[in-house]
Each structure stands twice: as C-alpha cells, then as structure tokens.
Write a protein that binds this ligand. Structure first.
Ligand code: PRT
Ligand code: ZN
Length: 288
C-alpha cells in the first residue's frame, strides 16, 4: 500500500491507446509500460494495472483496484456492482442484431422462435425478457459473425462499429440493443479513504476539462467594425466572445470558444459577414 490510487486499464486492445492518451492529456507522465503489469505516473499518485478488459469490473468491485476504464458493454454483461463515474467519449460501438442478407427481419417480433448467437448472453436475455420475446440464445466466446453461415444460429447479436465485419460475412444490421462507449468506473461504495478520494476528484476534474476542451475550439478572426453585431449573432459561443481593437482603424479582432462541430456550419456565414484571417485552434484544457 503506497497510498496511490489504483486504476485498471485494458492491457492490449481497442481501449488501451485511447485510455493512455487521455491520461497524458490530463498531464500524467506515465512510465513506459510496454510489457509490465503495473506502472506509476512520475507526477501523479496513481498506479496503473494492465488487465484483460473482461476482468476489470470484478477487480474494481472487489477493491483490488479503485477505478477502471472499460466499455459499457462489458460492465452490463458482467453485472458487477460498479458505478459509472464518467463517460469518456471513445471506444464507441453498438450492440446490434444482424441477420443473413437473404433473410429478412422486419420487426422485432420476427426474432420469436429464432436462435441467436452472441457473446453477450446476459444483456441479450434481459432484452428479450423486457421486450416479451422468446428466442434461443447460444453463447459463443468469439467469432459470432460466422455462426449463421455455419448453421449454428439464425441471427447474431454482436458489437458493431464500422459494420465491415458484418458486410464481410454477408450479414445485415438490424435492431439496436444499446450504444456503448468507454467509461470510468468505481466500486459502488464510495472510497473510504479520504486521501484516495482527493486523488480521484483531482483526476475526474482533469478528465472533465480535457473532455470539454476537446469538444471545443478557439476561433479567432478579424472583422470590419460595422459588422460586429452581425458576426456576434453567428458565433455559437460557449461564453461571451472577446472583442479587441486592431491598429487598423475600422477593424476589430474577435476571439471565441465554440463547439468544434459547429465550425463548418458557420464559416461561410462569417465570410459573407466580412470576417477575414479566420483561425481555428485546438484547446488542450479548459477549466470551468
Ligand atoms: O483481450 P481483451 O479481452 O482485453 O480484449 P477484447 O478482445 O475482449 O476487446 P477489444 O479490444 O476488441 O475491445 C475492447 C472494447 O472496445 C469493447 O469491449 C468495446 O467496448 C469497444 N469496441 C469498440 C469494440 C469495437 N468497437 C468493435 N468493433 N469491441 C469489439 N469490436 C469488434 C466486434 O466484436 C466485432 O467482432 O469488432 C468487430 C466489429 O467491428 P466493425 O468495425 O467491423 O463493425
Ligand atoms: Zn475481452
């Protein structure tokens, strides 16, 4: 026990790189982890354990680690006593039904009497019960997408991201069970140790500021003085924009923080309203 907060990350998989990237953006200088099971940060009281993602909910629940990063699909399937502290915005995917192209699944009731292959039997059975559907569930540990062509199942219920795997196996997307993304979890009981709680709150504050910063951009431009009112109406600013005088008599500079995804919607309107020298800069952190 060194008093550090213990965080479990996926050892090797889709969530590993993004999780480490997030911690870096939070200002954590993490030792080169390569093949080690546990690493520390040089400038933050945290130990990071690298585990298989399926084991993370249980380790968190049992208190072997304090917190973990894992897909929502895994926590719901494992039905562990963990609590989601924060959605992290990466590792996005959906659990969906998919069926062979030649068949048709028009309405959800068409599932009745069918055999469904999945690696998510708990979530699927719960979904069937909730929707009053009766189907046979076959649990597989992987390669679910080949089950229909092997004649093992009529359809599948699996994680879909780009949809390429389904396409390659001549399967068609159908109804969605739920959307999933990576989340930060802790055990349901609040951390008893106040020092650990302090560290966790510090980390959460950093994660939230990185998330806000990443969904925002810093917009800068020059505008003719007389178009200020028009320009301010166009900018979907998160807070009041900054207006600065320029050496050039009739010009102003306007700076504003805007939601990243709004930029391309407004850039033409800004130009028509007379804006020039438009710059859009990334924001590393934003403390609110
Ligand atoms: O070894 P370990 O057990 O730790 O890893 P794993 O193989 O169980 O998990 P991994 O690394 O594949 O995924 C980790 C987490 O990433 C998952 O639990 C999800 O929360 C999330 N995620 C995001 C995905 C996908 N996208 C995804 N596309 N998990 C799996 N897939 C698989 C899916 O099962 C299917 O086989 O990718 C295929 C479909 O992808 P598309 O892009 O072809 O649709
Ligand atoms: Zn796994």
């Amino acid at each position: 026990m060194n008093g550090n907060l213990k965080l479990a990350l996926q050892k090797k998989g889709r969530l590993t790189e993004k999780s480490l990237e997030l911690l870096n953006l939070c200002g954590l200088d993490i030792e080169n982890y390569s093949e080690r099971l546990v690493v520390s940060a040089r400038n933050f009281p945290i130990d990071i354990l690298f585990l298989r993602d399926d084991d993370i909910p249980e380790y968190v629940q049992d208190g072997v680690v304090d917190i973990g990063i894992v897909g929502e699909n895994v926590i719901y399937e494992k039905q562990s006593g963990t609590e989601v502290l924060e959605k992290l915005g990466f590792g996005r995917c959906s659990l969906m039904f998919a069926y062979p192209e030649k068949n048709e699944l028009q309405k959800i009731e068409d599932i009745n009497g069918k055999t469904i292959a999945t690696t998510y039997p708990h979530i699927l059975k719960e979904y069937l019960t909730k929707n009053n559907l009766k189907a046979k569930v076959i649990e597989l540990s992987g390669s679910v997408e080949i089950a229909p062509s092997l004649g093992v199942a009529d359809l599948i219920c699996d994680i879909v991201s780009t949809g390429n795997t389904l396409m390659m196996n001549k399967l068609k997307k159908s109804f969605k069970v739920f959307d999933s993304e990576a989340v930060l979890i802790s055990a349901e009981k609040i951390l008893k140790d106040s020092k650990l709680n302090e560290i966790l709150n510090d980390l959460l504050r950093r994660i939230r500021s990185v998330k806000t910063a990443h969904s925002s951009k810093y917009l800068m431009m020059n505008i003719p003085k007389n178009s200020l009112e028009k320009i301010l109406k166009i900018i979907p600013s998160l807070k009041s924009p900054t207006v600065l005088h320029l050496a050039e008599e009739n010009m102003l500079a306007v700076h504003a923080v805007i939601p990243s995804d709004k930029f391309w919607q407004i850039v033409n309107d800004l130009k028509i309203a007379g804006a020039s020298g438009i710059l859009l800069l990334p924001i590393d952190n934003m403390i609110q």
